[in-house]
Design a protein around this ligand. Structure first.
Ligand SMILES: Nc1ncnc2c1ncn2[C@@H]1O[C@H](COP(=O)(O)OP(=O)(O)O)[C@@H](O)[C@H]1O
Ligand SMILES: [Mg+2]
Length: 390
């Protein structure tokens, strides 16, 4: 191994330039491997910075499906550019630009990437597992929140999964449309056959992807929760309306009821994840604290599953994760982040981290859309291709 590659270590983001992204007019951030702490008062841009990193790595915001929201007010585009360190020793240059009304522009090493699905599934050279306080809805919210979590995870691993999920949703919409036409006497039942086949073929692939992930997620969720919460056994299981093998049959069985209701009642678009702690349903009975830790436990399980699938450690982007936790759990998390390939964690309060942890971390100060990146021993600004300072 060359000196250069051993220095770069596992994939991680080294630098990010933000232009007109949320409250950043123009800012530069430098990150190191291991723990990076973004600290600042409220409403200064900590969450926006984490969102920008995830936007650069995946091509989309994890917080909003309305891209125009990330554009600085009164600006006509937003752009993020990053440098990703790769274990082979080279560096990947990534850029995502968005102007409302136009197609998003994604570039890897200056070459346009046409497929967002390809880019989101590792095109940037690094994947991210994110935690935003709003993610609590994965545990607390509706089945669709949990399906979204699972689909986003699997889409980050394989572009074909993302494409199939999209096509499946469209096919279900079209089947629903046809069901209502049949019910209202505008179409004959015969045409349903074609859509049933399409829906069941695509749905089977979605179900298979989810089925493959579940035992891993369950095992890692149990292990994470043991560390994060305590000895009560935690479990995550798939609660499905059909299995991959009997989906086609289940659709057929549901036909007449579906026609009556005008909607498709079975399939992956109706499924759910059940989260339990000590045998108790976390969605219904979990305390706020348990639900928050379970959200984190799921994210850590997702990280482990992704690592096993692609052979690379995803980075962690964790927004305000230390608040509302007791001392013991904060210490555990700090160790967890220090041991990770890269964790970028936001906080209003540096005191959540011990002196020893701070000594081993890089601190970025965030104030009114400006970022001051602290240096670490690993800093070598020249190699990032960006000049430091103004
Ligand atoms: N598109 C945008 N343009 C300009 N400012 C924005 C935009 N979106 C959000 N903001 C502002 O960014 C500020 C910082 O937000 P945020 O990153 O959430 O702060 P915090 O440091 O508390 O996490 C807020 O005052 C918010 O109003
Ligand atoms: Mg915030």
């Amino acid at each position: 191994m060359t000196e250069f590659s051993s220095d770069l270590g596992p994939p991680h983001i080294r630098a990010l330039r933000l232009v007109n992204f949320r409250n950043y007019r123009e800012a530069m951030a430098y990150f190191g491997p291991g723990l990076n702490i973004a600290v600042g008062e409220n409403a200064q841009g900590k969450t926006n910075l984490l969102e920008a990193i995830s936007f650069a790595i995946s091509g989309s915001s994890t917080r909003t499906s309305t891209d125009s929201e990330v554009v600085l007010w009164n600006a006509d585009f937003a752009r993020v550019e990053g440098r990703v360190a790769r274990p082979e020793g080279d560096e990947r240059k990534i850029a995502v630009g968005y102007a409302p009304g136009q197609k998003k522009r994604i570039k890897v090493d200056d070459a346009p990437e046409k497929s967002l699905a390809n880019y989101a599934a590792g095109g940037a050279g690094v994947r991210a597992i994110t935690f935003f306080p709003d993610d609590l809805r994965i545990v607390k919210g509706a089945p669709s929140d949990r399906r979204e979590f699972l689909d986003a995870l699997l889409s980050a691993l394989r572009p074909t999964y993302a494409n199939t999920v999209g096509e499946y949703a469209k096919a279900v919409q079209q089947r629903n449309h046809l069901l209502r036409r049949i019910r209202d006497g505008y179409s004959s039942g015969k045409t349903l056959e074609t859509w049933d086949r399409k829906v069941s073929d695509l749905g089977k692939i979605v179900l298979e992807g989810r089925e493959r992930a579940m035992p891993h997620l369950d095992r890692h969720f149990a292990l994470s929760m043991r560390d994060l919460y305590g000895p009560e056994k935690a479990a995550v299981t798939y609660s499905g309306t059909a299995t991959p093998d009997d989906y086609s049959e289940a659709l057929r069985t549901a036909q007449s009821a579906d026609i009556e209701r005008g909607t498709t009642s079975v399939g992956p678009h109706r499924d759910d994840l059940k989260l339990a702690l000590g045998g108790v349903d976390l969605n219904v009975y979990g305390s706020q604290g348990q639900q928050r830790l379970a959200t984190l436990g799921l994210k850590f399980a997702a990280r482990e599953y992704a690592r096993g699938e692609v052979g690379e450690d995803p980075i962690l982007l964790m927004d305000d994760v230390m608040s509302e936790l007791d001392e013991r759990r904060r210490e555990y998390l700090a160790e967890y982040f220090l041991d990770s390939s890269q964790a970028i964690v936001s906080t209003t309060n540096l005191e959540y981290f011990g002196a020893e942890t701070l000594g081993r971390s890089r601190v970025l100060r965030i104030s009114d859309g400006r970022i001051t990146s602290g240096a670490t021993a690993r800093e070598d600004g020249g190699a990032t291709g960006f000049r430091r300072g103004a």
